[in-house]
Design a protein around this ligand. Structure first.
Ligand SMILES: NC(=O)c1ccc[n+]([C@@H]2O[C@H](COP(=O)([O-])OP(=O)(O)OC[C@H]3O[C@@H](n4cnc5c(N)ncnc54)[C@H](OP(=O)(O)O)[C@@H]3O)[C@@H](O)[C@H]2O)c1
Length: 266
């Protein structure tokens, strides 16, 4: 099946962020009709102002996806202005970088709320409309940490594993309604993500400047939507790591543990 994006009615969460902005641009270029959500109204306004002339339909709905009222308002506004929903892209997310031993329950719950419970409940609200949609799909932006738990990313890995897991279960369940589920598994992306982490005290050297560009990832996401892929890993280091881990899981764990021990020996 080839999905045509022209005229599709789409909700995108996390539109104010690096990947969300690049995705918005690509969706506008593809002719989708858009409802953009995130909390930062200034950033959403600026994005909308840049693209409004080019866009077929673009509105912003300031939304904290962890708020049930905001989620309801987002879906209601999308349905009222677009007449339905064909595409829900769950892209909003938050990171926290540091070891579990000195993390907190609050961080764990916040990461799970934003990265798992919120997209899940948003999808629950969207399903009645998606099931009447045109080539409908749910797109979940997860992470390579959702396929391989990484040290200093305990809460984040758990939240993304949960999102990957529910996406897999939904894929078969939602087939009843002809709603596709597309899982995006990105590696490191130079989006500014690290500026917004809840914690930043991991010791490994992370070089986000060398990650892929949000534009590259956004193009891969659009391709996955058009080609109706089930799951797509994006980024060379993510592909390498997940492939190595698949064939040599014990060796991978040993190498990672050795690295952690050397980083935390004093
Ligand atoms: N960058 C990477 O290396 C990387 C790698 C793998 C996966 N990812 C995933 O890609 C997605 C996009 O991340 P990014 O790299 O573009 O990071 P980003 O620039 O920090 O963007 C995150 C987006 O999520 C939104 N958001 C966070 N909490 C929210 C909340 N409670 N309600 C509504 N929106 C919320 C932020 O908007 P507001 O602050 O305006 O609300 C922002 O638009 C995330 O799911 C992330 O986990 C990123």
């Amino acid at each position: 099946m080839t999905r045509i994006l022209q005229g599709k009615r789409a909700i995108l969460t996390g539109a104010s962020g690096g990947i969300g902005q690049a995705l918005t641009q690509e969706l506008v270029d593809a002719g989708a009709r858009l409802v953009l959500a995130s909390r930062n109204t200034d950033k959403l306004d600026a994005l909308a102002a840049d693209l409004r002339e080019k866009a077929t339909h673009l509105i912003i709905v300031p939304t904290d996806i962890t708020s049930p009222e905001d989620r309801n308002r987002l879906i209601d506004t999308a349905v009222a202005t677009l007449g339905g929903i064909d595409l829900l892209i769950n892209n909003a997310g938050i990171g926290s970088w540091g070891h579990f031993a000195n993390s907190t329950e609050d961080i764990c719950r916040t990461v799970m709320e934003v990265n798992f419970f919120a997209p899940v409940e948003l999808t629950r609200l969207a399903m009645p409309y998606l099931s009447n949609g045109n080539q409908p799909s749910v797109v979940n932006v997860t992470s390579m940490c959702g396929r391989k738990g990484m040290p200093a990313w305990p809460e984040y890995s758990a939240s993304k594993f949960a999102l990957v897991g529910i996406s897999e279960a939904w894929r078969a369940e939602f087939a009843r309604f002809d709603v596709d589920v597309i899982t995006i598994v990105p590696g490191m992306t130079n989006s500014g993500f690290q500026d917004r982490w809840l914690r930043k005290d991991g010791r490994a050297k992370l070089n986000f400047d060398e990650g892929m560009s949000p534009r590259f990832l956004a193009k891969k996401i659009i391709e996955a939507i058009k080609k109706n892929r089930s799951e797509v890993i994006v980024g060379s280091e993510a592909k390498r790591m997940l492939l190595f881990n698949r064939f040599f899981p014990r060796l991978t764990d040993w190498l990672i543990a050795r690295k952690v021990k050397s980083l935390y020996k004093d």
